[in-house]
Design a protein around this ligand. Structure first.
Ligand SMILES: C[S@@+](CC[C@H](N)C(=O)[O-])C[C@H]1O[C@@H](n2cnc3c(N)ncnc32)[C@H](O)[C@@H]1O
Length: 316
């Protein structure tokens, strides 16, 4: 008779994941981040059935079911760079097996969640508005860092919001999870010290900057014409504007209201033929030259999300 499979030790998996992230520099300069990561049980926020961003022979997303193969599911939960897809087609495809469909919710990869938190650098008692609650995992990290009373998280899908509230409550966190369109922000809680979006945008919703206090921080994935999103970090000026920079490449699904993109030039991006490059011996200068005449829309401009991924590019 074969021995029963050893029970999965999530604490060990979490510690191993943290170790790998540490070795890859994800906690650099943020001593608070590794203990925070290790204090939140990611497995408590991942549904029993999830899809991977990999297809089977029939071009369906591979499905993992905790009840059928706990070890494979647990390993996926704690794979440092693996996002887990938790919803297809706004919930019209049931999470019961391999399936085709567009990604509409996910649990971000550990490396991406940590990278974004490191950039946000929220202090204890920092008042944060989060857009895109999803599973509630990132919300739990924020609540553990800042205190639940300081966190407001918005989710546009009411069923996902309900599930996240239940998971958060079971894990002992009670932040405000608001059903609603995060592009509008949440005026009752404004001004916020920081805003973090875990869904990407072509254009920063005006409410986000308006609802931040002066010097407040905004962290959001910004769609770019380069086949990836870029993590945008802005400091609000307190009157609806902000300045900052692009920090790193990653990929997220869009906020629902921005699934139908306009031509890149309307967002201020140059067309690729409009980017001037001067090669000068060893040195090269790249100049972004916006053009206003382009009618080229971002690829995949259709009614479904143009990007399937919530994945970070390697190394994020
Ligand atoms: C990548 S997932 C969020 C991942 C989440 N932080 C986690 O760790 O589980 C993006 C989420 O944003 C939500 N979303 C999309 N558009 C939204 C909007 N306008 N307002 C609020 N939530 C939105 C989606 O329903 C989805 O659950």
């Amino acid at each position: 008779m074969s021995a029963p499979a050893a029970a999965v030790d999530f604490t060990v998996l979490r510690a191993n994941c943290a170790q790998q992230l540490d070795e890859q520099g994800y906690f650099a300069g943020a001593a608070w981040l590794r203990p925070l990561f290790q204090s939140v049980p990611r497995e408590a926020f991942v549904p029993d059935g999830v899809w991977l961003e990999e297809t089977d022979a029939h071009q369906r997303w591979i499905f993992l079911d905790r009840r059928q193969d706990t070890r494979a599911w647990a390993n996926a939960v704690y794979a440092p760079h693996r996002p887990l897809i938790t919803q297809l087609d706004d919930g019209r495809t049931p999470p019961t097996g391999p399936a085709a469909g567009d990604f509409t919710s996910s649990v971000s990869a550990p490396s991406v969640a940590v990278r974004m938190l490191r950039e946000l650098n929220p202090h204890p008692a920092c008042k944060v508005l989060e857009i895109g609650t999803g599973s509630g995992y990132n919300t739990a990290l924020l609540a553990a860092r800042c205190g639940p009373a300081h966190i407001t998280s918005m989710e546009i899908d009411p069923q996902l919001a309900d599930q996240a509230r239940a998971r958060l409550s079971q894990a002992g966190h009670h932040p405000a999870v608001i059903d609603g369109d995060g592009e509008l922000g949440h005026p009752p809680g404004a001004p916020y010290d920081a805003l973090i979006s875990t869904a990407s945008v072509y254009r920063i919703p005006p409410a986000w900057l308006h609802q931040l206090r002066p010097q407040g921080q905004l962290i959001a994935p910004l769609a770019t014409p380069f086949g990836t999103d870029a993590l945008l970090k802005l400091t609000a000026d307190g009157s609806g504007g902000g300045t900052g920079r692009l920090v790193c490449a990653l990929r997220f699904m869009r906020v629902r209201g921005q699934r139908r993109p306009e031509p890149w030039s309307t967002y201020g991006w140059p067309r690729l033929p409009g980017i001037a490059v001067a090669a000068d011996g060893e040195r090269q200068t790249i100049t972004l030259t916006p053009e206003t005449t382009s009618s080229v829309a971002p690829s995949g401009s259709r009614s479904v999300p143009p990007r399937r991924a919530v994945r970070s590019s390697k190394g994020d």
